[in-house]
Design a protein around this ligand. Sequence first.
Ligand SMILES: Cc1ncc(COP(=O)(O)O)c(C=O)c1O
Length: 399
Amino acid sequence: MEKLIYLDNGATSYPKPEEVYVAMDRLYRQYGVNPGRSGYDLCVYAGSVVHDTRTMLAQFFGGTDPNRLIFACNATDALNLAIFGMLKEGDHAITTNIEHNSVLRPLYHLWKYNHVEVDHIPFDGDGFVDPDDFVKKMKNNTRLVVVNHASNVVGTVQPIGEIGARCRERGIPFLIDASQTAGKIPINIDEQCIDVVAFTGHKSLLGPMGIGGLYVRDGIEIRHTRAGGTGVRSAIRTHLEEYPYRLEYGTGNLPGIFGLHAGVKWVLDKGIENIHRHEARLLTKLRDGLRDIPDVTLYCQDNLTEHIAVLAFNIDGFDAEDVGTMLDVDYNIACRTGLHCAPLVHEQLGTDSIRGAVRFGIGPFNTDDDISTAIDAVRNIEMHTRTNPARLSAVSRSK
Ligand SMILES: Cc1ncc(COP(=O)(O)O)c(C=O)c1O
């Protein structure tokens, strides 16, 4: 089979560094026991890797207390823990139109069923929110500001530090969704006045699926919204208050943590700046190549300085899903089409009415050749399909 050109790194990174596969295989063969439950050697070793991973990730976000780094299943799970644990009836929250459904839906549920008010800040024509717009919406009962650090549709990196400073001045907790940035863009909770970071393991941290978490700054309250086993102090009838147990429930994802440990280590060894530089260079090449093709519309790609390597586009007159199918079937290029779990981004861009856009997501293992092939593929689709409409209807019929 022709080589797969994987440009769906916004959904999940693939492939993973070899070290991640090795760590996960080793875990199950050599250390696959339940950490923190007993005192035998294997158990202690497994527990020490969990603690090392907490320490490494806490430092990664500029945190000082490894116990305030809690593991969850993914960013969605972590965001649910934070959002449901920080808001209650009568509270007000501010978020943005840039958010993923993992933020929009918990907030919508709280609005619908728990009388939590929610304001959404729109983004400008380049894809950025204005920090001062948050101040205009702040009220006495504002208890949370939650912002997606970088859009998984248009790739823009939001001015987190400036938003954080405005929240800190007014004592309003600030939660960021770092799903697309952790591992690509440096994050520092002190410098950027962040109170809670939600992350996922399987994207730019290059770990496996099923692992993610939160870093919760000291002094920030998150109520536990679940209860269960923690492996320690089992006689206590209520769920433990202290971190990390406070927000962890039941047996953790040990293979996920071992894999994530290897993924984060790989990122640190390569250097976030180097990874970002490589991807940013490929993004510029992709943007410039696609921009030259007639009838291709790019979304928020003019200013690439505050940007991750995610690019959304449409070809005028083509359904995004058809373009995705042709890229897949004719060119063996994997990408993502549709609304990308971020419906308000598409509403604001006006692409909701044409069923979304095509998204390319570049990762550390992509090459110049991948990008050249993708540009040529889009050019060919635009040119040949337009002169041969029967091809387009065949693709549409095949769905
Ligand atoms: C910006 C953003 N937030 C949250 C998520 C949810 O991540 P997960 O599926 O790992 O929970 C994603 C995944 O696409 C995302 O891009």
